[in-house]
Ligand binder design. Sequence first.
Ligand SMILES: Cc1cc2nc3c(=O)[nH]c(=O)nc-3n(C[C@H](O)[C@H](O)[C@H](O)COP(=O)(O)OP(=O)(O)OC[C@H]3O[C@@H](n4cnc5c(N)ncnc54)[C@H](O)[C@@H]3O)c2cc1C
Length: 456
Amino acid sequence: MKYDVIIIGAGPGGIFSAFELMKLKPELKLAVFEAGSPLKNRHCPIDGKKIKSCINCKSCAIMNGFGGAGAFSDGKYNITNDFGGTLHEYIGKEQALELMRYVDEINVSHGGENTHLYTTAGSSFKKLCMQNRLKLLDASVRHLGTDINYIVLEQLYDRLKDQVDFYFRTPVRHIEVPAGGGYRIIYDEGNAECDECIVSVGRSGSKWMENICKEMDIPTMSNRVDIGVRVELPSVIFSHLTDELYESKIVYRTKKFEDSVRTFCMNPNGIVVNENTNGIVTVNGHSFEDPDKKTENTNFALLVSKHFSEPFKDSNEYGESIARLSNMLGGGVIVQRFGDLERGRRSNPTRIAECTVRPTLAATPGDLSLVLPKRILDGIIEMIYALDKIAPGTANDDTLLYGVEVKFYNMEVKLDENLMSNYPGLYIIGDGSGVTHSLSHASASGVYVARQIAKE
Ligand SMILES: Cc1cc2nc3c(=O)[nH]c(=O)nc-3n(C[C@H](O)[C@H](O)[C@H](O)COP(=O)(O)OP(=O)(O)OC[C@H]3O[C@@H](n4cnc5c(N)ncnc54)[C@H](O)[C@@H]3O)c2cc1C
């Protein structure tokens, strides 16, 4: 059980580091340890009939396994330094973009060849947004869609499986530093050693990462948490934007508090889904390339970022507490009509049934004002009215709001410009490092460290 390089986590960060190492240094002995299952064995038990909501599986099939948290995602690879992480602060803007484009080429040549690359360059919406206190962020986005994203992952696994040893359902418990150098990783059934180790445990590995940093005395910095709702409305209301841009990242500065509220993860003709992070159920969204799976609705998140200063450091705990409150009141995710929220009343099953927007997620009708802090909710309501000016109908009474959506960010680990920790040869990448928060940035960070290792 001695490897040249061990990668912990088979999300995009881990996959792309393995892929690049295999390509540049085929002679290296590589292993990937993954807490979840192989792609083909990842099945969420929620079927909408027998099992309607999350049953807190030991290992969440949505978040863990080959493909990581992004395996069943919409597969939107945003090529930009404007959002999705701060990789460019470590490796420079040009290099970060070059790596994201390289990742795109690999995806395109592994099943994504017929997918579309959208761009905000030259879009007339920039001006329209500016005229309404909104800012459209610059990006190109490759939309793979949930189905093609799956095919790309299948093809990448086929390329990797003969050259890389995969250990599935094998969560790594500890990392040790043996006297002779290198690293020893400890898992339930044994241990394995390596010269260099790439840790890519994503958001689901955030608690584990925190513990490892404490155990090994790796410095960390607190990060932000984003809290908000997922908006669902008829797709025609946003079609002029989504047809041209697919996903528009729009930022609004509120009049009342000058807070920033932003759109996030737009899913034209998509569905709203549950997401389980460490046993807490929040909301997210998907969409499909397959025309048969498209719905009549578009969904996107509206999020407000919260940063904390001394003495409170644990921004994730703050987000978790709010999500727990919604889980306590609604048994999971709560859904409310915008009209009900504005009138200060809860939504109930009758009002949701009479709603002209058909919900794509069976959530509990309730009152989001009992869950979200006033300042956050005020910002979201203001932004809905601002969006109504560029997409009339957004502020309709029947627009559905699902809560809560929380974007947890890992504690940012202190790393050098090689994404190496204070331990030589111990790299920490992807969302687990707190540096990236997206498929493209996490994948690019994987390619980057693989190239650093290959150079040695
Ligand atoms: C529903 C959903 C939709 C999304 N949609 C998009 C999108 O369209 N575009 C976008 O850019 N981003 C999207 N994201 C975010 C994106 O998936 C992540 O940013 C990305 O997956 C991060 O990659 P990663 O490799 O850093 O971590 P992850 O993908 O989280 O992978 C980490 C892996 O490590 C494993 N692991 C954790 N701890 C251990 C351990 N101790 N031992 C062994 N293995 C461990 C986990 O099981 C997991 O498989 C979405 C996320 C979700 C949940």
